[in-house]
Design a binder for this molecule. Structure first.
Ligand code: BDR
Ligand code: CA
Length: 315
């Protein structure tokens, strides 16, 4: 099994990913570290705590960063994930479980130090918590097993963004943090829009999950109503892409994805702010700062049918 810390901004597809990670025997969900993004940090943490209580998760829930490192806050994605972060669904105010008292970046550092080489960080929100951890304890690059990130878009299918024409939401929320995380000398696998937009939870797929997967299927169906309305009205799809659950799917079965090697950078300002770029050719350029940059792996294709059946079987 793989022990993971899931860094997340729940978030409708984040909740789908948390439930997936908890349900699959290949994964031990050690902690859920929260970050602003789809919702405010308070709502994101509350939603994670709600899931911990509802499903009796052993995972610690930890509150993390409230805003990006450098750029001004973009603000919660209310049009996609609703005011609460879980669409029309509102978790009760009073919960019987509480967050770990540490800030998320400190929790991550402590956990990696306690179990060197054992923990995979899976990040499916803005990368602020990971970057803060790197800043405070650079040696964690040698302590982590692997870092799996849902974020970015590399133009593989001539498509480069979902919040701007050139940026994906998680990276756009904190481009400086993302550039630090991708540039650090630890092994990163990036599952971006190039692959997450190749898999679809269609309206039918979610209906069947509701009919066949008991209470959990019903819950996923309930929270996805708001998300599907957004997709139908704004994206023109009767269903949704499979963003955050794809990062979990990679941890369970890496053979679902084809990866491409090469250094990755993030544009941190200007009109392409949040754009992710990878150098993957072998040519030697005259002005080439990329040569000294850490090589990472980026998902460029996915076996979507297999991924969809893995999710369905697990749930
Ligand atoms: C990413 O942004 C968020 O809206 C989703 O939860 C996902 O992590 C997709 O661009
Ligand atoms: Ca997310």
């Amino acid at each position: 099994t793989t022990k993971i810390i899931l860094d997340t901004d729940p978030g409708i597809d984040d909740a789908m990913a948390i439930i997936f990670a908890e349900a699959h025997s290949e994964i031990e969900l050690k902690a859920i570290t929260c970050v602003y993004g789809n919702a405010t940090i308070d709502n994101a943490t509350h939603n994670a705590l709600f899931l911990k209580q509802k499903y009796g998760l052993q995972a610690d829930v930890v509150k993390g960063a409230a805003k990006p490192m450098v750029r001004p806050s973009v603000g919660a994605t209310v049009v996609v994930h609703g005011e609460s972060g879980l669409g029309d669904f509102q978790a009760p105010d009073e919960l019987s479980v509480a967050a770990d008292p540490r800030p998320a970046y400190q929790y991550i550092i402590d956990a990696l130090r306690a179990e060197p080489g054992e923990i995979t960080l899976v990040a499916v929100g803005p990368l602020t918590n990971l970057a803060l951890a790197l800043e405070a304890a650079p040696e964690i690059v040698t302590l982590v097993k692997e870092v799996v990130v849902m974020g970015g878009a590399f133009g593989v299918n001539d498509h480069r963004g979902n919040v701007t024409p050139y940026a994906e939401a998680n990276i756009h929320d904190d481009p400086h943090a993302a550039d630090m995380v991708f540039g650090a000398s630890w092994p990163v696998v990036i599952i971006g829009l190039d692959v997450t937009e190749q898999s679809f939870f269609t309206k039918d797929y979610l209906d069947r999950l509701r009919d066949d997967a008991g209470e959990v299927g019903q819950f996923i169906w309930d929270i996805s109503r708001y998300y599907l309305k957004f997709y139908s009205e704004k994206v023109g799809l009767e269903g949704c892409h499979v963003h955050d659950p794809s990062a979990i799917a990679y941890v369970i079965d890496p053979s679902l994805f084809t990866l491409r090697e090469g250094p990755v950078r993030v544009v941190t300002d200007g009109p392409a702010e949040g754009m992710t770029i990878q150098k993957f050719d072998k040519r030697k350029y005259m002005h080439d700062e990329w040569q000294s940059h850490e090589s990472q792996r980026v998902g460029i294709s996915v076996e979507d049918e297999r991924l969809l059946s893995l999710y369905r079987q697990t749930i």
